[in-house]
Design a protein around this ligand. Structure first.
Ligand code: G
Ligand code: MN
Length: 351
């Protein structure tokens, strides 16, 4: 059910063999020389140069030395893999680019967090602007312990550089769904972020998400998936097919962080999401900036045309809530209504 992009990648063996594959025979030779210079025992077979390492520091040192020795084109031809024993190499050995491998080594703490899923969720209330009544919660990825801390934004950036984005994004989605099951009453919506660029084939990549919802007993109708990076959409047809895959399961979709970018309104008309979340940059001090109020009004008008519900994000002051309400915004989120809290702490109020 999972492809190589979202399959767990395994721990780095503390000691073992580093393998580097390249299509250039002369580089295999150079790698063998570099192993020798570095005091590592090298073995080569076809287009693969392998070396034994005794600890991770040694492995890291060697990777750094390679980066200094080879030019960019050579490094780009390198694919790496590690095994505990030489005989473990097989046709199933997963190869990753030198750069991704190096990132994983360099930030092994972040690698472990993703690999071992050392994260949990916090939830922030989403309310009806008019009554203040709870409509649902947005789920946000957070560290699960003091010992394995991370900044969510940095973890996702690292994941992108290390080729772990699909794995992290998929597991974060599943954690949100599972955590919501015991903590949030049925009927309340669960807003969950996702990165469209981490989904290659919607039906295939989302199968585990759909299964997680079914296994956790979460009504598909209570799930709202938020497309982040809306402003950077490169392939709108691909995104459409992802949104459709969610909607075919009875789930809802939202466009997150909708800004003042020139493409905002046309993207909205084209994608017709169920919800529209207005970025907090526009909401912030919208009571003191007529152009911000104007933008909110325009988004509400287009949303009405396509039958989408509008939510204003990042409301921190009563004045902002008042403007949003005046413009016809239905839902709100922000520190003024409630900060993110550990999802588990909501469990007490589930009826
Ligand atoms: O882009 P997205 O809406 O998913 O971002 C959610 C992030 O915004 C969370 O990390 C959350 O803590 C933060 N956040 C939520 N409400 C507010 C707010 O009122 N003000 C600010 N500055 N940040 C907020
Ligand atoms: Mn969001």
């Amino acid at each position: 059910m999972s492809c190589s992009q979202c399959r767990p990648t395994g721990d780095f063996p503390e000691s073992g063999f580093l393998h580097i594959r390249t299509d250039h025979p002369v580089l295999v030779e150079s790698l063998m020389n570099l192993f020798k210079e570095h005091g590592l025992e090298g073995i080569h077979s076809g287009n693969v140069a392998s070396a034994k390492y005794s600890n991770l520091i040694e492995l890291q040192d060697f990777m750094e030395k390679s980066l200094k020795t080879f030019n960019e084109m050579a490094v780009r031809s390198f694919y790496c893999s590690v095994t505990s024993a030489l005989e473990e190499m097989s046709v199933f050995t997963p190869w990753i680019s030198f750069q991704q491998f190096y990132e994983r080594m360099k930030h092994i703490d972040l690698y472990d967090i993703i690999q071992q899923q050392l994260f949990t969720t916090h939830s922030q209330p989403i309310v009806f602007l008019q009554s203040g009544e709870i409509y649902g919660y947005e789920f946000l990825l957070r560290p699960s312990t003091e010992e394995f801390k991370f900044k969510p934004y940095e973890l996702f950036q690292f994941a992108e550089r290390a080729g772990l984005q699909a794995l992290l994004d998929g597991n974060a989605r599943m954690t949100s769904i599972r955590n919501s099951a015991g903590a949030v009453s049925p009927g309340l919506k669960r807003f969950i972020n996702f990165l469209p660029s981490s989904i290659y084939d919607p039906k295939h990549c989302l199968a585990t998400t759909f299964k997680a919802a079914a296994d956790a007993g979460v009504d598909p109708n209570d799930l709202v998936f938020e497309v982040v990076e809306t402003e950077e959409i490169a392939d709108i047809d691909h995104l459409k097919s992802i949104l459709q895959a969610y909607q075919e399961q009875g789930m809802k979709v939202a466009l997150d962080d909708l800004g003042a970018g020139h493409s905002t309104l046309s993207v909205l008309k084209e994608l017709k999401p169920d919800y529209v979340k207005i970025d907090r940059k526009i909401v912030s001090f919208c009571d003191e900036d007529a152009s911000k109020e104007d933008m909110i009004q325009k988004i509400v008008e287009v949303a009405r045309e396509i039958g989408a519900v509008v939510l204003a994000e990042g409301i921190e002051r009563k004045e902002e809530a008042d403007i949003a309400l005046k413009c016809g915004v239905e839902l709100a989120q922000g520190y003024y209504f409630g900060r993110p809290v550990p999802t588990k702490s909501l469990a007490a109020v589930v009826q």
